[in-house]
Write a protein that binds this ligand. Structure first.
Ligand code: SAM
Length: 253
């Protein structure tokens, strides 16, 4: 594979890469690790027990677990059956879990007071208009004045510190990871080959759009969503070159 090319196999990669192995490969993204993140989001959104909240790209529901009881209703939406099954196991209080594609949200306009979107659950689609389409969907299902919290990666930091090749072990699997930037498409790509001992198991692709804070602001603006501030980490504080997150918080006009 040529390093500057996005392999064709990344097309619709998101339909395969979040299967039952995902919680094993990303075991450090645990329910426990999510406590601080969910609390930060709740605080930044000024969440109240009157709020109807959507966790867009909820995965295994690890943030929903901590948002339970902080909202009058909590809905998690994801495309992965495997992760939604995990979410069902994690949740102890009533919450609604919906399998759908974030490009076509199956909710009426103005259904939610707040939307959370944790850990780079955005920017997946090769066609920029589809990523804009997701933001438009978010805007449609938020009530006027509704708030959003989108936790994306700091592109500048990610490119500057890119570890092109690494190997690690997780859950008994050896994971051979390769990362590269596709300059033309402005995407950060990753391929993970999974081995169980000497036996090859599977290959997972990830590909996300590189957005500067300015590009993110413009994208959201186009959909009628105003980003009012950015944070660079879950400890709060501004985005800076050595902070790895781009957390966008704002409201629908
Ligand atoms: C990086 S994971 C993060 C999951 C969760 N927010 C967390 O922090 O654990 C991204 C999530 O987006 C979901 N996803 C990917 N493509 C999607 C799509 N087209 N529609 C809805 N969800 C999608 C994946 O299944 C996965 O659960």
């Amino acid at each position: 594979m040529h390093e500057s090319e996005t392999p064709e196999t990344t097309h619709e990669w998101y339909a395969h890469s979040f299967d039952a192995l995902y919680p094993i490969i990303y075991a450090h993204r645990s329910v426990e690790a999510a406590v601080r993140e969910a609390s930060f989001a709740a605080r930044e959104l000024g969440l109240s027990t009157d709020d109807r909240v959507l966790d867009l790209g909820c995965g295994a529901g690890r943030h929903m677990v901590h948002l339970q009881g902080r909202a009058v209703s909590l809905t998690g939406l994801d495309y992965s059956r495997a992760l939604l099954n995990e979410a069902q196991r994690h949740l102890t209080a009533p919450a609604s879990l919906v399998r759908a594609d974030m490009r076509a949200l199956p909710f009426a306009n103005h259904t939610f007071d707040a939307i959370v979107n944790f850990f780079t659950s955005f920017g997946y689609f090769e066609d920029d208009s589809e990523n804009l389409g997701v933001v438009r969907q978010m805007a449609a299902v938020l009530r006027p004045g509704g708030r959003f919290f989108v936790d994306y990666f700091n592109a500048e930091y990610a490119v500057r510190t890119l570890d092109r090749r690494s190997t690690r072990v997780a859950g008994g699997y050896e994971l051979r990871e390769r990362r590269w930037v596709d300059e033309r498409a402005q995407r950060l790509n990753k391929v993970t080959e999974v081995y169980a001992g000497p036996a090859y198991e599977d290959t997972y692709y990830e590909s996300v759009r590189l957005y500067s804070p300015r590009a993110f602001t413009e994208l959201f603006n186009q959909a009628g969503l105003e980003i009012t501030r950015f944070h660079g980490a879950y400890s709060g504080g501004p985005m800076e070159p050595d902070r790895d997150r781009m957390i966008a918080i704002g409201r629908k006009r």
